[in-house]
Ligand binder design. Structure first.
Ligand SMILES: Nc1ncnc2c1ncn2[C@@H]1O[C@H](COP(=O)(O)OP(=O)(O)OP(=O)(O)O)[C@@H](O)[C@H]1O
Ligand SMILES: [Mg+2]
Length: 272
């Protein structure tokens, strides 16, 4: 059978109590048949570590309701240590222990993720008014070095990507992990992205939506809370970049990717 290309995003949310064995097992079977890139998050551990180092994290909300970490210079240092260091290396070690040829990289390595630093950010203040603040060290991904990933994949490595990008001035930048997965999948023209998190999918009202079109996803963005909103937004971007399907699912269940790709669990988002 023809090899497919999959991007799997593993949320920091599911790594809190260690690495789920069921996830690892399923990742291994996916990797044995297909090309797989793993992108990880880890927002909570960044926040905890920064706090332990005496650096409280600030979060900002954009006018379209997207919440993100305000990344000043010190925060970027902690972010880099935790994401490219602790989380990335621990993941790679776990994967290796399972016989997966994992290679940890960030967007800096091989200039994998080239981004533009946001000069200004428009945010809502406590009274809901729009104000402009200094952009800090957050980036918008502009290009993905897909040849680098393809070379690793062709050598049967599984790249494990930390969500850090770099700009043309070689400045390290914080990029959202769900969007990093979307851009990587878009560049690779991946068959699917499976976004694994700690809930079963996109909840609208009280139930998990099993399927959404791009139009429905966009319409529902307003009623989806922080965390999930980023995934749905990233899913829409990925589909617009030519990815065939995105499934948002729980990474804490048995065979999370296999079942998601069989459309047995999670929320499937497709063009129409
Ligand atoms: N409508 C919604 N449906 C499902 N989950 C929602 C919704 N609105 C908000 N959420 C929240 O989104 C969370 C998942 O996003 P979150 O950013 O916390 O985790 P993650 O992306 O897996 O981890 P990381 O950000 O570290 O990669 C869920 O735990 C849930 O509480
Ligand atoms: Mg998240």
């Amino acid at each position: 059978m023809q090899q497919k290309t999959f991007v799997v995003k593993i949320g920091g949310s599911i790594l809190k109590s260690g690495f789920p064995e069921s996830f690892l097992k399923d990742l291994k079977s996916l990797y044995e048949h297909d090309k797989v890139v793993l992108v990880h998050g880890g927002a909570d551990l960044v926040t905890q570590t920064a706090k332990a180092m005496g650096k409280e994290q600030k979060f900002i909300v954009s006018p379209d309701g997207m919440r993100s970490r305000y990344t000043d210079k010190e925060t970027m240092e902690v972010y880099t240590m935790v994401m490219a260091g602790k989380i990335n290396k621990q993941l790679v070690a776990w994967l290796q222990s399972y016989g997966i040829r994992a290679v940890g990289v960030s967007g800096v390595d091989g200039f994998l993720l080239r981004a533009i630093r946001k000069k200004k950010l428009i945010v809502l203040d406590e009274r809901g008014r729009k104000i402009a603040i200094d952009g800090g060290y957050t980036g918008k991904i502009e290009a993905v070095n897909k040849e680098f990933l393809e070379a690793l994949l062709n050598l049967r490595y599984l790249p494990v990507v930390a969500p850090i990008a770099m700009d043309d001035e070689y400045q390290l930048l914080n990029v959202d992990s769900d969007r990093a997965a979307a851009y990587i999948a878009g560049a690779l023209k991946a068959d699917a992205i499976v976004i694994c998190t700690d809930v079963e999918g996109v909840i609208i009202g009280e139930t998990v939506r099993r399927k959404m079109s791009v139009e429905e996803a966009k319409k529902n963005l307003e009623v989806i809370g922080h965390g999930m909103k980023k995934k749905v937004y990233a899913a829409v971007e990925a589909l617009q970049m030519g990815v065939k399907e995105v499934v948002i699912t729980s990474g804490l269940k048995e065979e999370p990717m296999t079942q998601a790709l069989n459309h047995e669990v999670g929320t499937l988002i497709v063009y129409e």
